[in-house]
Design a protein around this ligand. Structure first.
Ligand SMILES: [Zn+2]
Length: 282
């Protein structure tokens, strides 16, 4: 079973796709013993140990932090990032690695495989959750948007102190993690906030609305992705994003679903942003 399918033209995996990936194999791989590991072409970062170091280790469980998956082992952990185009599958080892399969982890419960045509993804071994490498990758991450630590009052307070443009602040990930390009655009629409607004100019009431909108779009996407998992039987992963019917994302020139004003597209930090000039106030 393929567990994270990605579109050819859309965007990189965002938090919901990573969380659905986690949900799809976490319980099945728990307790698995690693038999051997084979690496393909170099990924974004090196593994950080000889593959033989992993042999015989046991997978205790799978956590997610931002867009990273953490495979806790009985000694150390594997930090996995899907990059721009990566997908993980876990199941019977039915085929030898293809040209884009760059991490094959054979366990006594099945094969965990990273398929990554663009190779911006990575699998990194750390011997301890507090190792410098883990800190380097995860230390700067903001709070998890779907956990209690993401508090509306603190979020509103933080926005007041930041002069950054709100869309850029959301994408940066140091205030709240995992809100990528699609979901930032959608959440800002739901909250009625123009993506180009400065964070510090957003009122407390609107910041609370944005907080709720971020959780709403991410929860809906995780739920949709979870419900579509059973359809993920195509090993080529052509099933695409579990995308909600977007209100603004990728709808430039089309009528706003609320007010019929044409949706605008602007480029911020080299990323496309979509918004309704009528529904979203500066
Ligand atoms: Zn509108």
């Amino acid at each position: 079973m393929i567990i994270a399918a990605l579109p050819s033209l859309l965007a990189m995996p965002e938090l919901p796709e990573v969380e659905v990936t986690r949900l799809s194999f976490a319980s099945r791989i728990a307790g698995a013993r690693i038999v051997n590991v084979a690496m393909g072409k170099p990924l974004r970062w090196p593994l950080g140990c000889a593959v033989s170091r992993l042999q015989g280790l046991t997978v205790l469980g799978v956590r997610r932090r931002g867009k990273y998956l953490l495979l806790d082992l009985n000694q150390g952990l594997l930090v996995i990032h899907l990059g721009m185009s990566g997908s993980l599958s876990f199941g019977p080892a039915l085929s030898p690695p293809g040209v884009h399969d760059h991490f094959d982890c054979h366990t006594d419960k099945g094969l965990l495989r990273l398929h990554d045509p663009r190779r911006f993804g990575a699998v990194v071994y750390a011997d301890h959750p507090d190792s410098p490498m883990v800190h380097k990758l995860l230390g700067h991450l903001g709070v998890e948007p779907l956990e209690d630590a993401f508090c509306a009052a603190a979020f509103a307070q933080t926005l007041k102190q930041r002069s950054t443009v709100i869309k850029q602040l959301l994408l940066a990930g140091d205030v709240v993690v995992g809100v990528g390009n699609i979901y930032a655009s959608e959440a800002l629409f739901l909250a009625g906030i123009r993506p180009t607004s400065r964070a510090s100019r957003i009122s407390k009431a609107r910041a609370y609305r944005l907080h709720a909108a971020i959780q709403q779009v991410l929860r809906a996407a995780v739920a949709l992705g979870g419900s579509s998992l059973r359809d993920f039987s195509n090993a080529q992963g052509q099933n695409g994003y579990f995308q909600l019917q977007a209100m603004v994302y990728d709808r430039a020139g089309q009528a706003c679903r609320v007010c019929a004003t044409p949706i605008k597209r602007v480029v911020q930090g080299q990323r496309s942003t979509f918004y309704c000039p009528q529904c979203q106030k500066p």
